[in-house]
Ligand binder design. Structure first.
Ligand SMILES: *[C@@H]1O[C@H](CO)[C@@H](O)[C@H](O)[C@H]1NC(C)=O
Ligand SMILES: *[C@@H]1O[C@H](CO)[C@@H](O)[C@H](O)[C@H]1NC(C)=O
Ligand SMILES: *[C@@H]1O[C@H](CO)[C@@H](O)[C@H](O)[C@H]1NC(C)=O
Length: 180
């Protein structure tokens, strides 16, 4: 019984969030992107959050003809296995409506309506809103792979990944940690 009570106390005093690390841009197509990088940064020992930065320099405007496919892979015995969790949207839907990654992009300043560019987009200090993470998320460690494509011409635009784990912070400290 005490185990259950402790579990309940932890449940109410902590919030679950998506911790991300080791970002990598694995490819970008110079016809679409002059430059692309994904970064993470921490601000001091007292704050466990890795904030994500996305820096793109667009050669052509990004509009709803650019598609983004996001695949969640689960880390299982040292290997990343594709899970059933996927997200699919076009660029405009991502930036203007998505509550998972798009909300972070809007909070980082990408509030202009679509299309965007040509030109640079620099987004810093991004986090996924803990409230957007479903409470029954099926695994705790994995990798998020994002593929950008232009389906009309079957062209690869860019792809990259970031490693993820579900982590916890005390609710009383959490207030100022997200959406910096
Ligand atoms: C990523 O891009 C930004 C903006 O162009 C730049 O300041 C930063 O040094 C780049 N980081 C890496 C790791 O390339
Ligand atoms: C990101 O957060 C850090 C730490 O709070 C802050 O110093 C910095 O100005 C922020 N950067 C941007 C672009 O808002
Ligand atoms: C994502 O893109 C990479 C590189 O093009 C490719 O190897 C991988 O199969 C793509 N993922 C999916 C699920 O289509």
């Amino acid at each position: 019984i005490s185990v259950i009570i402790i579990a309940i106390l932890i449940h109410y005093s902590q919030i679950q969030y998506l911790s991300v690390e080791h970002p990598k841009v694995t490819y970008y197509n110079p016809k679409y992107l002059r430059y692309a990088n994904l970064t993470t940064i921490r601000y001091g020992r007292s704050n466990p959050i890795y904030y994500v930065g996305l820096n793109l320099d667009l050669v052509v405007p990004f509009d709803s003809s650019i598609y983004i496919d996001v695949y969640f892979y689960e880390l299982l015995t040292g290997q990343y296995k594709r899970s059933f969790i996927e997200m699919h949207f076009n660029w405009c839907h991502l930036v203007e409506k998505d509550m998972f990654f798009g909300a972070a992009m809007r909070t980082a300043g990408l509030t202009k309506p679509c299309p965007h560019g040509p030109g640079p987009i620099n987004l810093q200090n991004m986090t996924v809103n803990p409230n957007a993470i479903p409470s029954g998320f099926p695994f705790t460690r994995g990798r998020i792979i994002a593929n950008f494509t232009h389906p009309k011409t079957k062209t690869r635009v860019g792809d990259g990944f970031i490693d993820m784990k579900l982590a916890y912070v005390d609710k009383k400290h959490a207030k100022n940690l997200f959406f910096k």
